[in-house]
Design a binder for this molecule. Structure first.
Ligand code: MUC
Ligand code: MG
Length: 379
């Protein structure tokens, strides 16, 4: 009997962060995400998540637009369709909906979760089977203050939670950012590695000065130093310096991955499930990188444990993640929303065993944090 997609619900939740997360384009005090719940005709269920960062300051999608795309455009074309035929559903979505990768990704993930649960296997199993049981996890230092960041790094190293640190820079003058990175580099020494994410904030002149300075400090990688539409500037930096240049915002799925790989405009890809348009498109981005000899890093849109669990399922199947992962999203939030939280220890996260993505939300937490919580609308 065919298992059809019977019901698709999208829920915006807003969860406070453990501290202000200062990025070049905004400061986050809360992370908002969209959770997608699909019910199938045989009674099975699937969960997915779509996220953005700082409203519309990071990219073209916000949680409000993700929800609207799902409710108004995606759900109507998928309801009644065969839930086991994810390739078909994905093709329907990409023909009817341009862009909106996080929205499509949230639904696609819920379809994979549902299918894997029905088969009694993990999503990793559907992507070829896990190679890794645990994945290394970096942490982002982004309090906006060097001393606070150093204290945070010390704590993370002492707790054996993280030893690879990504510093968010690009908001201050380049020379002030270099002083900030140098202070943290001196404190961390060879107990960890430092990378920076500029979130597109530099022009080419700033980037040349900044990347050279970062290289001299001993920082090992610079993420998306220039705007996403300036591919030739990204390429100029990749060829001019030894320090690794990583593409993030420029990678909005396999077609972009192909463009960046074609003339090797970056040394490393930050692969994000949401930004790629789903687990299968992210797998294609990974395949393009591997074919081009571009190194890999599992990026995050600061998803809750749900989206993070889904991402671990895919990245567990990748032979080599040369730069590890930053799948720390749930740790940035004041509250864990999963029934069974992800296991972070020994500088790594365990890939949940499944079935499905191996995670589901705690209904009480969901009810508490949902934006449309009864009583909240009238307040
Ligand atoms: C980004 O641009 O990579 C990932 C980690 C973090 O702290 O922010 C995000 C966004
Ligand atoms: Mg980034």
């Amino acid at each position: 009997m065919t298992t059809t997609i019977d019901h698709i619900e999208s829920i915006i939740i807003d969860v406070p962060t453990v501290r202000g997360h200062v990025l070049s384009m905004t400061t986050m005090m809360t992370q908002s995400v969209v959770l997608v719940h699909i019910r199938f005709s045989d009674g099975s269920e699937g969960w997915g998540e779509g996220a953005s960062i700082g409203g519309l300051s990071y990219g073209p999608e916000s949680v409000e637009s993700i929800k609207l795309a799902i409710d108004t455009y995606i759900a109507p074309i998928l309801l009644g369709k065969n839930g086991d035929r994810i390739a078909d559903a994905s093709e329907l979505m990409s023909r009817a909906i341009k862009g909106n990768h996080a929205a499509r990704s949230a639904v696609e993930t819920a379809l994979w979760d549902g299918l894997a649960r029905r088969l009694g296997v993990s999503v990793a199993q559907l992507f070829g089977g896990r190679i890794h049981d645990r994945l290394p996890v970096a942490w982002t230092l982004a309090s906006g203050n060097s001393e606070t960041d150093i204290a945070e790094a010390e704590r993370m190293i002492a707790e054996r939670r993280h030893r690879d640190f990504k510093l968010k820079i690009g908001k201050r003058k380049v020379k002030d950012d270099l002083a900030h990175v140098a202070a943290i580099a001196r404190a961390v020494g060879d107990r960890g590695t430092l990378r920076v994410d500029v979130n597109q904030a530099w022009n080419l002149t700033e980037a040349r000065y900044g990347v050279r300075g970062l290289q001299e400090i001993g920082c090992v990688l610079v993420e998306q130093p220039v705007p996403r539409d300036q591919l030739s500037n990204l390429r100029a930096l990749s060829y001019a310096y030894e320090i690794a240049i990583m593409a993030d915002e420029v990678l909005q799925g396999p077609a972009d991955a192909m463009r960046v790989a074609a003339d090797r405009s970056a040394d490393v890809f930050a692969v994000k499930v949401c930004q790629s348009g789903g687990l299968a498109p992210a797998a294609q981005v990974i395949a393009i990188a591997r074919a081009a000899g571009i190194e890999l890093y599992a990026g995050t849109m600061l998803e809750t444990g749900l989206g993070t669990a889904a991402a671990t399922q895919l990245f567990a199947t990748v032979p080599e993640l040369q730069w590890g992962t930053e799948l720390f999203g749930p740790l940035l939030l004041t509250e864990e929303i999963l029934l069974d939280p992800l296991d972070y220890a020994d500088f790594s996260v365990a890939v949940p065993k499944g079935p499905g993505i191996g995670a589901e939300p705690d209904p009480d937490k969901l009810n508490f944090y949902r934006r449309d919580r009864p009583g909240m609308l009238k307040a």
